[in-house]
Write a protein that binds this ligand. Sequence first.
Ligand SMILES: Nc1ncnc2c1ncn2[C@@H]1O[C@H](COP(=O)(O)OP(=O)(O)O)[C@@H](O)[C@H]1O
Ligand SMILES: O=C(O)[C@H](O)[C@@H](O)[C@H](O)[C@H](O)COP(=O)(O)O
Length: 183
Amino acid sequence: MSTPIVVMGVSGCGKSTLARDLANRIGRTFIEGDDCHPPANVAKMSAGISLTDDDRRPFLEKVSAALLAAEGGGVASCSALRRRYRDLIRMRCGHVLFVLPIVPYGDLVGRMLGRDHFMPASLLDSQLATLELPTPDEFAVLIDGLMDTPSQVRAVLSAVPDLGIGSLRKPDGYTDMQCSYHE
Ligand SMILES: Nc1ncnc2c1ncn2[C@@H]1O[C@H](COP(=O)(O)OP(=O)(O)O)[C@@H](O)[C@H]1O
Ligand SMILES: O=C(O)[C@H](O)[C@@H](O)[C@H](O)[C@H](O)COP(=O)(O)O
């Protein structure tokens, strides 16, 4: 099975945009995490209320199931903010690559205000407070979220060169998270 890929991070960091383009580039199925929320979660977020761990469980289960079912392997957009959320996805899907676009606060606010989406900009602070960066024992790539999307796709492909050819192994010398801020 192809190693599932999750583009993670806070609202507005570009998860969906990057996950869709990366999936297209390597011939995989794109899974839109936003579509995996139960309606009650969407109602809560729309009302400006942060989700709890219990709220997030069915969302994470659905993303994991979609990744497992994806023909040709999946690339999902899913916030996966806390370590324990990523652990749940790994428990269901095995070895998973997480990709995290990093975007400065001001740009995140600008992006959230500039789009039509159920997630209000008022939830950004709680998203950032919830985010636990991947630790070096996780298979994760941090990329510059201000780069244009094709450059982000290239950055992911250069950090993990065997993407798209089945199960991913960590490249030789891959001991830490790879930070591809400068291509
Ligand atoms: N690399 C990028 N540079 C500039 N704007 C971007 C980039 N990626 C995404 N955006 C824009 O930022 C907004 C949020 O992107 P989106 O992919 O929906 O983020 P998320 O899924 O993390 O909430 C959208 O308006 C999108 O067009
Ligand atoms: O486009 C977005 O704004 C995000 O993708 C958004 O949908 C959100 O980040 C989570 O899906 C909500 O769940 P969390 O509170 O667990 O991030």
